[in-house]
Design a protein around this ligand. Sequence first.
Ligand code: UDP
Ligand code: MG
Length: 306
Amino acid sequence: MEISVVIPVFNEEANLPLLHERLVNAVTSCSNDYEFIFVNDGSTDKSLQIIRDLAARFAQVKYIDFSKNFGHQLAVFAGLEHATGEYIVIIDADLQDPPELIQELYAKIKTGFDVVYAQRETRVGESWHKRFTAKLFYRFINTLSDVAIPLDTGDYRILTKRIKDIVVAMPERNKFLRGQIAWTGFNQSSVMYKRDERYSGKSNYSYTKMFSFAIDGITAFSNLPLRLATYLGFLVSLISFFVILYTLYQKYINHNVVQGWSSLMVSVMFIGGVQLICLGIIGEYLSRILDNVKQRPLYIVRDSNL
Ligand code: UDP
Ligand code: MG
């Protein structure tokens, strides 16, 4: 098998027929030895039925049907686990990632790279706050992390079997695949593209999902927040030391101790806030350790033609 295309699908019924058609055109111009792995991530619309129909008509169409919604990253991961190609493409199902770019990705990886990711030059039809938070996030995580995670890229990319095998062997539960792939090293490169508008439907990444995905990425690739909690502790202790000296001075030298409601409130609130932030940071890491210790299966397959 030369090329595997992994496609996570969550409620994409209106996009799938056109997606399949454009994928076939793009991939057959690279190789005739290919497979499409559709991972149905608990869709509640007709996506599964459409994928099954495609599978009945085209031998290259394979699918994995999850028992419920496990999330985008795990859908991609399941696809990677089952991909048999020498080269693996990861692409969204909503046609925001133009399938025609696969030709360019494939041509470039053939020149001796292990990963070629598609880097967004422009993003059409996404709100300014989505673009702004995305830009901010990629820069923020790169400041925090030792791993250079490419700016302005999603999961649309092509990788070699050797990288895929390494990523599939990583047992961690809170997947942040674009970081895990960057972390492997080897020769990585990029091509620029214009990210299209969603063909149909609306984004399934709510702000809550985006936020927890961001925390997954940060906790998986940086321990700096924990370090910052420690620094914050030292800083607050230092300030407290001077406040204590001042308090003692007021009591024993000035004999002036009755007033002080404002300063008391301010310090209780300040220390309380700092403590809660630090506990929260520790909690984020702790909950991820717990998730990993539980050793539950990453996803459950209801049906598949693999
Ligand atoms: N997706 C998924 N599971 C989810 C959410 C999304 O498999 O829980 C798929 C979705 O069908 C699409 C891709 O992941 O193929 C990207 O999702 P979306 O377009 O909603 O995200 P955005 O492009 O807005 O970041
Ligand atoms: Mg999308």
